[in-house]
Design a protein around this ligand. Structure first.
Ligand code: IMP
Ligand code: MG
Length: 169
């Protein structure tokens, strides 16, 4: 499979993102919410790159299946452990594709009263967007190709690859 982003490239970019986030949140304590399972490696590395006190939580969602996919309806599989009232929230996603998942999550989490809400995504595929969602911190903008590795899967496989590769490429 063709390497699109090497582990070194990914790690270097995450260090930059961490510095940018730390500068933006100076004097505050951001609360990172990672979207399971794909965002796990990114969440871990990004959190370590942000040199500020911070807290972590996780949420899991799954789409209701192909028929309703375009409606953007997603099922909450695992809710957060902690409330969001007054927190400076950063939603951490692996990839923003159509934007439907993130759009749903943003609406769900906004309703819980965070002081601020920002989004960090390792990858963005703007060509596939169906709803416009604002992503504050983007690691890499990529073409419309299906990628796996570094948390991203195809049928639950390949999440453990260090690099991000084009599936079947
Ligand atoms: P969206 O709702 O279409 O933006 O979908 C986002 C979710 O689809 C991501 O969190 C991934 O789980 C999955 N996804 C989208 N594109 C890819 C890809 O290229 N590789 C692996 N998973 C992907
Ligand atoms: Mg995902």
């Amino acid at each position: 499979m063709k390497v699109l982003l090497s582990s070194d490239q990914i790690q270097a970019r995450i260090l930059e993102m961490g510095k940018e986030i730390a500068a933006d949140f100076q004097g505050r304590e951001p609360h990172l919410v990672g979207v399971l399972k794909g965002a796990c490696p990114f969440m871990t590395d990004l959190a370590q790159a942000i040199e500020l006190p911070l807290t972590l939580d996780y949420i899991a969602v799954s789409s209701y299946g192909k028929a309703t996919k375009s409606s953007g309806e997603v099922k909450l599989v695992k809710d957060l452990d902690q409330g969001l009232d007054g927190r400076d929230l950063i939603v951490v996603e692996d990839i923003v594709d159509t934007g439907l998942t993130l759009n749903y999550l943003i609406n769900l989490l906004k309703a819980r009263g965070p002081r601020s809400l920002k989004v960090a995504a390792l990858l963005s595929k703007p060509a596939r967007r169906l709803v416009s969602v604002h992503v504050d911190y983007v690691g890499f903008t990529i073409e419309d190709e299906f990628v796996v590795g570094y948390g991203l899967d195809y049928n639950e496989r390949h999440r453990n690859l260090k690099d991000i590769v084009v599936y079947g490429g």
